[in-house]
Ligand binder design. Structure first.
Ligand code: XUL
Ligand code: CO
Length: 438
């Protein structure tokens, strides 16, 4: 049945940079080996259910624009069922090894929690069949705790204790189905875990509740034998004015404060970094230095717009920076390059879903090749090492190993009178060097 919805699109193949075929890869060659691993293994691409199947182009001023032929006349559970084979056809033709979903985007909300769970079970059986048919695996699952009005004040951070309880029940079920589908991870994105105004907010209590919630999730995962990696996905705002998981540093602080760091890594999203006023490179370095670089939601924002546009990344320099940081910290293990990205409201053809993902995959493949070339060249890392070379001498080693005090350092500097002259930071030289590889 793989040819039912896109009979004219075959499996996307690598044709090389000279190809003019918009339905071919120019850079992503899955079996090409780079630094001892195939591109497929380095990149661990993943396609998301929510944007690919549920995104219809609506925005806060306008109705859906992308009317998908496979959705015609359907609603509720029938619509949810119809989307499953289409999603896997797209994923399979793109050669995606992984996918990700929220409970309430694969299956509809029921009238009661019990009915929602039944709907979810029905769809999970279909997802399982498709996973078995295609060999595509689940990167991570998650619970959608932000669309329904019950979450207006938050989920785990709601002032309404029964909303906390409902959220717990929903995450319990989402963990069970993620486990059943062999998910390699589970993500928490706190879409409503923040505030609109501090006048009505007990921040301390809300943070404690959020930590309690995450501990309960860790306990339950242990109970059912789910060994997947837990992720927190930072984002500073939207839909709330301030979200508690605002950026990588804030997440790490929260996880450490509440003794959760051993159980969590970060799922960093490029557009969220922009909203936090950071580059993605910054976010990745913060997470990497803490040993918490877990997974990537691969997209981009528009620097002229202040919101989460979730566009496909087509910018090779950004992808190069991202792949350099990733490789520096050992690459992806449980995580992936997950396309949390959507086609524009004006891109209404189903084929646009293919062009978008092909572009994203090729961009990260270019980033990977560029990063590997920069690493093989060695001048960039050598320059950084050289910049800190004074620390490799007797004094530097002694400070690093705890052999000095303020008094001993004062004695030394009183004798010397002045520190050795500083060397150039060579920013422009290094920017030019990196540019030579892009
Ligand atoms: C929202 C976002 C989410 C998470 C999963 O900005 O990125 O889709 O990735 O809940
Ligand atoms: Co995301």
């Amino acid at each position: 049945m793989t040819t039912e919805n896109f009979p004219d699109i075959k499996s996307i193949a690598y044709e090389g940079p000279a190809s003019k075929n918009p339905l071919a890869f120019k850079h992503y060659k899955p079996d090409e080996v780079i630094e001892g691993k195939t591109m497929r293994e380095h990149l661990r691409f993943s396609i998301v259910y929510w944007h690919t199947m549920c995104g219809q182009g609506a925005d806060m001023f306008g109705a859906p624009t992308a009317l998908r032929p496979w959705e015609s006349g359907l609603s509720g559970l029938d619509l949810a069922k119809a989307r499953v084979p289409v999603f896997f056809e797209i994923a399979e033709k793109l050669g995606m090894p992984y996918y990700a979903f929220h409970d309430r985007d694969v299956a509809p909300h029921g009238k009661t929690l019990r009915q929602s769970n039944e709907y979810l079970d029905t769809i999970v059986a279909l997802l399982k069949e498709q996973q078995q048919r295609t060999g595509i695996k689940l990167l991570w699952g998650t619970a959608q705790l932000f669309v329904h009005p019950r979450f207006m004040h938050g989920a785990a951070t709601s002032p309404n204790v029964e909303v906390f309880a409902y959220s717990a029940a929903q995450v319990k079920k989402a963990l069970e189905v993620t486990h059943e589908l062999g998910g390699e991870g589970y993500t928490f994105w706190g879409g409503r875990e923040g505030y609109a105004t501090l006048w009505n907010t007990d921040m301390k209590r809300e943070l404690e509740h959020l930590a309690k919630f995450l501990h309960l999730a860790v306990d339950y995962a242990k109970e059912i034998g789910f060994k997947g990696q837990f992720y927190i996905e930072p984002k500073p705002k939207e839909p709330t004015k301030h979200q508690y998981d605002s950026d990588a540093a804030a997440c790490l602080n929260f996880l450490r404060e509440f003794d959760l760091l051993p159980h969590f890594k970060l799922n960093l999203e490029t557009n969220h970094a922009t909203l936090a006023g950071h580059s993605m490179q910054h976010e990745m370095e913060v997470a990497g230095a803490a040993g918490a670089l877990g997974s990537l939601d691969a997209n981009t924002g528009d620097l002229l717009l202040g919101w989460d546009t979730d566009q496909f990344l087509t910018d090779a320099p950004t992808a190069t920076q991202m792949m350099l940081s990733l490789m520096k910290y050992g690459g992806l293990t449980t995580g992936g390059v997950n396309f949390d990205a959507k086609v524009r409201r004006e891109s209404v053809d189903p084929e646009d879903l293919f062009f978008a993902h092909i572009g994203g995959m090729d961009t990260f493949a270019r980033g990977l090749k560029n990063a590997a070339a920069i690493r093989a060249d060695g001048r960039l890392s050598a320059a950084v090492k050289q910049r800190y070379s004074s620390w490799d001498g007797t004094l530097g080693k002694s400070i690093e190993q705890g052999g000095e005090t303020f008094a001993s350092l004062e004695k030394l500097m009183l004798e010397k009178g002045e520190a050795t002259a500083n060397a150039s930071g060579r920013q422009e030289f290094l920017e030019n060097l990196v540019n030579d590889f892009i």
